[in-house]
Design a protein around this ligand. Structure first.
Ligand SMILES: C[S@@+](CC[C@H](N)C(=O)[O-])C[C@H]1O[C@@H](n2cnc3c(N)ncnc32)[C@H](O)[C@@H]1O
Length: 216
């Protein structure tokens, strides 16, 4: 069992500016842990987390893959999250994280075309007024606009271009995002395989991990 990354270097002042790991984060960690052997067998070279926040997920992924066995890219629209991601990595002896402040994968394509072996995203998924989407501060952690899908839907068209032939995408969703509809979009619109691999109730939310990859 891989221990959850140590975040004791972060204080409540940090969490005023960056998303504090919560049940959604832990569901994503559990999905990675469940697939640990499969991920290791795949020997990933390039891992990417979009919206890395505290850096907890990427640090855990680096522990699974081996910190020096791959390059770990992260993006976040919030510059403070990029700094904190690096700090969390170093605090947990992972110094191979490259954090980039950008929206989704804007500054990584076409460079990373068909190169990403493991992709993770715990997106801003809350249903909010559409005009709340697009902040560069802490609000970006949750504001998902209509159906909580605005940021998610913006990313979906890039998935086939990003993933390597054996690449896997772990995407966290909640009920309001209509996970079965997202899976159907990936199947029929982008010819990908998509299945709900985990689900869990967290307070009033029902959370899901959608696992997306090319058909075998
Ligand atoms: C729910 S938080 C998840 C943080 C962290 N990955 C975790 O699981 O604890 C969503 C993150 O996505 C980032 N984000 C929101 N919109 C984004 C965008 N367009 N591009 C990149 N990151 C974005 C937020 O700043 C926030 O850090």
């Amino acid at each position: 069992m891989i221990p959850t990354p140590d975040l004791s270097h972060l204080t409540s002042r940090d969490f005023d500016k960056v998303y504090e790991p919560a049940e959604d984060t832990f569901l994503l960690l559990d999905a990675l842990e469940q697939d640990e052997k499969h991920i290791q067998a795949q020997k990933p070279n390039v891992c990417l987390e979009i919206g890395s926040g505290s850096g907890c997920v990427t640090t855990m992924l680096a522990k699974i893959v081996g910190a020096t066995n791959a390059v770990f890219f992260t993006t976040d629209i919030n510059s403070y999250a990029c700094q904190v991601t690096q700090r969390t990595g170093r605090y947990n002896h992972v110094s191979t994280i490259e954090s980039i402040q950008t929206s989704l994968v804007e500054s990584l394509l076409p460079r990373l075309s068909h190169a990403v072996d493991i992709l993770c995203f715990n997106p801003p998924y809350a249903v909010t007024p559409p005009e709340e989407v697009g902040s560069h501060g802490i609000e970006a952690a949750w504001a998902g606009g209509i159906d909580g899908r605005q940021v998610i839907d913006e990313l979906l068209p890039f998935i086939p271009q990003l993933l390597s032939p054996q690449g896997i995408f772990y995407l966290l969703l909640i009920n309001e995002n209509r996970p079965t509809e997202v899976a159907e979009i990936m199947r029929t619109g982008y010819n990908m395989q998509a299945e709900i691999m985990m689900e869990r109730r967290a307070g009033r939310e029902r959370q899901y991990i959608l696992k997306i990859q090319r058909p075998v």
